[in-house]
Ligand binder design. Structure first.
Ligand code: BG6
Length: 493
């Protein structure tokens, strides 16, 4: 699609009635509409299996927006938004469905719509059928600026990622392929670059001389939300760690790029991934830990265990919690452990990057009550709070040499500033053709290389998995990853 607001263009959403569309894409598009950021002549084609017509689709869309947008949504205000949509029914494998799609794109209402974005909001196992059919029906041919958006996980291991990439390249050029990782669209994630590289205060501390270890946590209180058919095959390592969390790790660890250009940024991220020390087979237990939630209570509500969720295979040992430790063998980070942890049905939603600083080298306070000072922390909270914290010691007022830990806390957002959903930023980038925040294939490939030894090892140990009660911070056994006794998971800000 062109970046000019008045060029006719179309967005085709495959899987328009699915989970991702309902939760993220449609509300994000509506917010962009409200903000006046959608191109004037943008048409949207909702492509799905359900045997519906345009008015069924409209009723569905209206219900979704009512649920997701709440009070800000009214039918009257959404009239223009509704008018952008056409519904096309079809099975992803059926060539006739693509003929209908071609027809819909050729309708006069679409203008001379030569710029089309195909958004694959479907299960990864369905990608090949859609890509092949786009090719066979000639829909991939760039009459204007056709693009394809592919969600993560990109493949389910390194080999399948390479096969998928080859298939995509048979039909599309690299410039047409947008591999999306929605964590790149989160403002706090983008803020990481500004925090690190726009503040002289931070950079001198950001290395092995001052940082004891780094923790990256993405804790969710939600379960798998009806996605068992996808999740039971994927598990937390493929669903979160190989992509979202590896991206966070690269942004924390990378060197400053020479310019804020898409490839300059990606080159630095790839260097980090390539510097991660490979995990030998015999060390997988020391580097990675997995577990599955059992029944429990989250925010005082009883919830089922993973194995009781609808659609989960009996006896499944798919992990819903993963913790892993990586070392980055470069001058900046050699010897500093990076602990990554993510899980579903944990005590609360909390995503953050926490860096613990080293103890001061000089034991100045040895003879005072301060003998064991707590170390300093720098914490970047990604969600639900979007903020930065630093913990430092100050002397407690009074006659004795006592300290208190002072929390310097700064929220990134003023009260009246709306929280943008990551998909709003990324959809707009796709529409405008800006690839900066999208993932290059070598990033995907190197991230698979990092986690591959863990995946392979776990694939052979399918009989047993540790469990944790829903509503806790995960199993105690995950602590075995720590390098030293004074390290522990940081759960709150
Ligand atoms: C998705 C995963 O990519 O990210 C989900 O498939 C997960 O399982 C979600 O819940 C988390 O995203 P966010 O933006 O809510 O942190």
């Amino acid at each position: 699609m062109s970046s000019t607001p008045d060029t006719p263009c179309a967005l085709v959403i495959f899987g328009a009635t699915g989970n991702l569309s309902s939760l993220k894409l449609l509300p994000a598009l509506f917010h962009l509409e409200q903000a006046g950021r959608l191109p004037e002549h943008l048409s949207i084609i909702a492509f799905s299996r359900r045997d519906w017509n345009n008015s069924d689709w409209r009723a569905h869309l209206s219900e979704i927006l009512h649920q997701r947008i709440g009070e800000d949504f009214t039918e009257a205000a959404a009239e223009h938004f509704f008018s952008r949509f056409t519904y096309v029914q079809g099975e992803f494998q059926d060539p006739a469905a693509y003929a209908r799609l071609l027809e819909a794109l050729a309708r006069p209402a679409m203008g001379t719509c030569s710029n089309v974005v195909f958004y694959l909001a479907i299960k990864p196992t369905e990608y090949p059928a859609v890509i092949r059919n786009l090719e066979e029906s000639g829909l991939n041919e760039p009459r204007g600026l056709h693009r394809i958006v592919v969600e993560k996980p990109f493949g389910e291991d390194i080999e399948s990622a390479q096969v998928l990439n080859q298939l995509l390249h048979r039909c599309f050029n690299e410039e047409q392929i947008f591999r999306i990782d929605h964590y790149q669209g989160k403002e706090t994630v983008q803020n990481l670059l500004v925090f690190r590289f726009a503040n002289t205060l931070i950079e001198p501390l950001w290395n092995r001389n001052f940082i004891d270890h780094v923790q990256i946590t993405v804790a969710e209180d939600i379960g798998i939300g009806g996605r068992a058919d996808y999740y039971d095959r994927a598990g937390a390592l493929r669903d979160m760690l190989q992509n979202h969390m590896m991206q966070l790790l690269t942004l924390v660890a990378m060197e400053p790029p020479p310019a804020l250009e898409p490839d300059a940024l990606r080159d630095e991220k790839v260097k980090v991934l390539r510097s991660i020390r490979p995990i030998p087979r015999k060390a997988v237990h020391a580097h990675a830990f997995r577990a599955q939630y059992a029944a429990g209570s989250v925010h005082d509500q009883s919830v089922l265990g993973y194995s009781q969720e609808a659609g989960v295979e009996k006896g499944s040992t798919t992990e819903t919690f993963v913790a892993a430790k990586f070392y980055i063998d470069n001058w900046r980070w050699r010897g500093v452990p990076f602990y990554l942890r993510t899980g579903k049905r944990l005590k609360e939603q909390q995503s953050m990057i926490a860096l613990r600083l080293r103890h001061p080298p000089q034991q100045l306070f040895r003879e005072t009550p301060l003998e064991t000072l707590e170390p300093n922390w720098i914490i970047l909270s990604i969600q639900p709070q979007e903020s930065m914290h630093m913990e430092i010691h100050v002397k407690q007022p009074g006659l004795d040499m006592d300290t208190r830990l002072l929390q310097l806390h700064a929220g990134f957002r003023a009260m009246n500033e709306r929280v943008l959903d990551a998909y709003e930023a990324l959809l707009l980038d796709v529409i405008e053709g800006d690839r900066t925040l999208f993932i290059r294939f070598d990033e995907v490939e190197w991230a698979w290389r990092v986690v591959d030894p863990i995946l392979k090892f776990w694939a052979q140990e399918r009989e047993f998995i540790h469990t944790y009660a829903a509503g806790t911070w995960g199993p105690q056994e995950a602590n075995r990853l720590f390098d030293s006794e004074d390290q522990e998971w940081r759960n709150s800000l």
